[in-house]
Design a protein around this ligand. Sequence first.
Ligand code: TYM
Length: 327
Amino acid sequence: MRIFSGIQPTGAKHFGNYSGGFRQYAATQEQGDAFFCVVDLHSITVDYDPADLRERTLDLAALLFATGLDPARSTVFVQSHVKAHAEAAWLLGAVTSYGQLGRMTQFKDKGDRQEFVSAGLFTYPILMAGDILLYNAQKVPIGDDQRQHLELARDIAERFNARFGETFVVPEGVYPEVGARVMDLQEPTKKMSTTGGTPQGTLLLLDPPDVLRKKVKSAVTDSGSEVRRGDDKPGVTNLIDILSVCTGETAGAIEVRYEAGGYGQFKSDVADAVVELLEPIQARYHELRSDPAELNRLLGIGADKAREASLPTLHAIYDRMGFVRPA
Ligand code: TYM
């Protein structure tokens, strides 16, 4: 089975990325032939700093290995190293609906926050569809906020297959049962995000332990003091989910355990669990990040494997679409 996912290098990575992204990558690599891509081409669609992009690309590679990707098993690579991605994005534009792109909530949200809205922000989901379809991936581990983009990728695959002949596997999203949408700790009706959330409400994977503890302890909790999930309790529900992601315990078991207690002990346990999860990841990250030559070597191997895996699909796209191939 083929598995593919991507993650953007810019912006500090946070607990939401861990829950919907990193931990699912490490888990799914056990299930098949897995490709994980540092999507640097996606990162230029909003305002960014070239020097920052350069640093963050290696930061993210180190974090992918630190959270459990095994370079012997998974193909970890940088999107811009494999030219097929940019080419596929152009070609698939022919079977992507302008109207559908305009309905993407991420485009509307991010567009509203930018002074300059780039054409790239609008066409971004085509690039993402190409990422997935080039590898004929059956499974795409993602968080809930990428669901609409994945649906669009499926539509693009189906439209291409119908118009030009059976070419692509129609991919399926893989969402975690708990923690598919981790919320901001200060504004628990918004998703945790470095661009749209609050700094105090965002647990960064590389925050020092005392900062993580402080952020969890100052999380907004709802009225009443029962530790239970519910639409009337977005703050507590989010903390229960975070604890469940950290320890693997079910949300139900957590509710039962804290039934009698108040918020104090509960929050302090959530803080401990977050620190316990992230401390070893941070230690591995710093070790890996201190050896950029080794990271570049691993990314070089990944790019070779990704080129080899995607090239037949790229050729098939050109061929089916009627392009004369170079002799
Ligand atoms: P990105 O870089 O914004 O996020 C990486 C992963 O983290 C998940 N995520 C969350 N999960 C739960 N709760 C949250 N608050 C939260 N915030 C982020 C995202 O759902 C994602 O899985 N467009 C994609 C990158 C991409 C991609 C791809 C993904 C490009 N090509 C092909 C899959 C397949 C993005 O910007 O993710």
